[in-house]
Ligand binder design. Structure first.
Ligand SMILES: Nc1nc2c(ncn2[C@@H]2O[C@H](COP(=O)(O)OP(=O)(O)OP(=O)(O)O)[C@@H](O)[C@H]2O)c(=O)[nH]1
Ligand SMILES: [Zn+2]
Length: 207
């Protein structure tokens, strides 16, 4: 089956894998298991190369998504010019240095000029950029730019808080460190009160 994620909405709802890529990855993971001193033919590992091949394609499916198309597929003209905040969007990404997970939450806001977008699309844009090999800084900026370029709003704000497994399980081994990145355009950049309102909303426990 093909990865057909560039559908008319910019993503596909079906979990599917490219047979050729799956085969190629499986062969590589078979060798990797051997290099690690394992026996890829023992019962528990027999299907592991195939499972990992699929898992890795799932975790990097963002390469087959078109984030701008995701927003454009649900853009509506509206005169609302106040802050729209979607907070606590959980995200799972992989650091490009160690290919280990980093995970946490994204908080996304914008102030519409003439257009709003479907709320789920903001979360889908986070997914589309997170499901790639990333650094947290670039992930933050890409989400911001995508929303700015498509909706042309009065401002965009993105804050990401994440824990990096490469800092927890290995390396410096700091279990409790959390990294926060942020990026702003327009009103969020120029107007301190606007930015503070956003920061207050994402820090509050109001639901
Ligand atoms: N800026 C940034 N750094 C990251 C991110 N994810 C992982 N890193 C860091 O990437 C760096 C890579 O540094 P290197 O010295 O080349 O790799 P390393 O020898 O494995 O480093 P240690 O993790 O310190 O053991 C490390 O400091 C990681 O903590 C990220 O999203 N943003
Ligand atoms: Zn890393």
């Amino acid at each position: 089956m093909e990865f057909t994620l560039n559908g008319d909405k910019g993503y596909s709802k079906v979990e599917s894998y490219n047979d050729e890529t799956t085969n190629e990855l499986s062969n590589h993971y078979h060798k990797i298991l051997e290099s690690l001193g394992e026996d890829p033919s023992r019962e528990g590992l027999e299907k592991t190369p195939l499972r990992v091949a699929k898992a890795m394609q799932f975790l990097t499916q963002g390469y087959h998504m078109d984030p701008e198309e995701i927003i454009k597929s649900a853009m509506f003209r509206e005169d609302y010019q106040q802050m729209v905040v979607v907070k606590d969007i959980e995200l799972y990404s992989m650091c490009e240095h160690h290919m280990l997970p980093f995970f946490g939450k994204a908080h996304v806001a914008y102030i519409p000029r003439h257009h709003i977008t479907g709320l789920s699309k903001l979360a889908r844009v986070v997914e589309a950029f997170a499901r790639r090999l990333q650094v947290q800084e670039r992930l933050t900026t890409q989400i911001k730019e995508c929303i700015q370029n498509t909706l042309n709003p009065l401002g965009v704000a993105v804050v990401i808080e994440a824990q990096h497994m490469c800092m927890q399980m290995r390396g410096v081994q700091k279990q409790h460190s959390v990294t926060t990145t942020s990026d702003f355009t327009g009103a969020f950049q120029k107007n301190l009160a606007t930015r503070e309102e956003f920061m207050k909303i994402i820090s509050s426990n109001l639901h």
